[in-house]
Design a protein around this ligand. Sequence first.
Ligand SMILES: [Zn+2]
Length: 248
Amino acid sequence: MRLTVLGCAGSFPGPESPCSAYLVEAQGFRLLVDFGPGSLSTLQRYAGLHAPDAILLSHLHCDHILDAASYVVVRRYAPDGPYPPLPVYAPPGAPDRLATAYGQDDSSVEDVYQFYGLRPGTFPIGPFTVTVDRVNHPVETYGVRLEHEGRVLCYSSDTAPCDALLRLAQDADVFLCEASYLDGVDNPPDLHLTGREAGETATKAGVGRLLLTHLVVAWGSEAHTLASAAGAFTGPLEVVRAGATYDI
Ligand SMILES: [Zn+2]
């Protein structure tokens, strides 16, 4: 598997990165996991305008989905289009949410996307075996475990600490984990992880490598988050950047 980070900024785009979007490739099949604001730009820079063979949206918060609305134009009105419907795996409500974001009163985006409603379980997408489960976030949110030929990538999506995340991350080769909050301040419960909590989850799950993402750059401190995570996880870890690639 190859992971390409198209965007990793938490909650809103940062000066150096769009919001969450991760392209995962195996056997020439490219699955786009989340499609946050700005990532349609980096999709073109690092992969290509029509690179995705399928999309998985972990939850319907705007910082994880809005460029899937922008992408309607790309598929529907391309000079060599329209393109056939693209599979989109997403929580229920995605068709209406994306149609509303697209912004036409009578619009549907179901000519562009073939939607599949997420529910906890395991299913195939292209060459991947995908397991999703509900994690601890205020809206219906799915953590994601992708397996291919014995290798495992786990993506936390947005979540506070929870058992489902531990199960999804168990023995993963790479754990792409959010670390939105700073340690040592009074954070609201049941929303996000700190660097320390990401590190603790990585240690409990026995992952090989921890990739920290979804830092809120404008309000945070990358050095602080990294140090907090390193205090709880002794394996290799880093904060990801837009354009970074990882062979898993
Ligand atoms: Zn969220």
